[in-house]
Design a protein around this ligand. Structure first.
Ligand code: JFB
Length: 235
């Protein structure tokens, strides 16, 4: 999979060379290229923002550097581009959307800053490429970079060959067709740590009772923390 990220803060993406995503890059499963939007400015100060038409607080990202960046990326590969634009007004990013994005050949991430990107760039992307505007959640970030880190990690781990044991993907609570309960709590050795004991049932060796206890824990956590996930199965 080819990934391009365009940002005025390319250093944000240094951690993508670590851990599992870094291994996917090293192993040739992912071709990741990070681009500084300022490379497509032409003025002395590498300006990427300007004042908003209609007035109001803050600045807006100018369309011209984005237009040149997208043209250049389109030229750099013949793969069809899916442009992903993080925005607080986007479609909520979910595991379902992560699976959708994992099927694409090439994702281009456009990281806005300030109050966001001139709407004409977004409209141009919708007319020219596949466009997906995505929100990481209902809280305010300063730009799209942190959202892109999360999206790239969620997508790359789904690619064939990235996770050693693909069965672990199937067992995840958000896997397709899964029950969508929150996960049960995990324990490992030692059996007592700082006077806290591992629940007896997990040491019992009764696989049936272990499965029953875990299901009950998952359900109780879901009731407490995410009752919305249980709607439609009220009993
Ligand atoms: C994403 C961004 C800003 C307008 C702009 C570009 N869940 C999320 N919260 N905030 C963002 C996001 C996602 N995805 C986000 C891109 C940009 C925020 N900003 C700052 C803040 C408020 N309103 C600029």
């Amino acid at each position: 999979m080819r990934l391009d990220i365009v940002s005025i803060f390319p250093d944000y993406f240094a951690p993508l060379s670590l851990s599992l995503v870094g291994k996917a890059i090293q192993g040739g499963i992912v071709d990741l290229q990070v681009h500084d939007l300022r490379a497509w400015t032409h003025d002395r100060h590498h300006t990427t923002d300007d004042t908003p038409y209609g007035g109001g607080a803050g600045m807006v990202m100018k369309p011209e550097p984005w237009g040149e960046a997208l043209d250049a990326l389109e030229e750099a590969s013949s793969l069809p581009m899916t442009v992903v634009v993080p925005t607080p007004a986007g479609r909520p990013f979910t595991q379902e959307l992560a699976y959708e994005l994992a099927e694409r050949q090439r994702l281009v991430f456009a990281c806005g800053r300030y109050e966001g990107i001139d709407q004409r760039v977004i409209d141009h992307c919708a007319d020219t490429y596949e466009l997906i505007e995505v929100s990481l959640g209902d809280y305010v970030l300063n730009g799209g970079e942190v959202a892109v880190l999360a999206i790239v990690e969620a997508v790359v781990r789904l690619l064939p060959g990235v996770i050693g044991n693909p069965q672990s993907l199937v067992e995840e609570s958000h896997a397709p067709g899964h029950s969508r309960l929150l996960e049960y709590p995990n324990y490992t050795k030692p059996p007592v740590w700082r006077e806290r004991a591992v629940p007896d049932v997990l040491l019992s060796g009764h696989h049936g009772r272990v499965a029953e206890w875990r299901a009950e824990q998952a359900l109780e956590r879901t009731r407490q923390r995410r009752p919305d996930l249980l709607e439609g199965e009220i009993s």
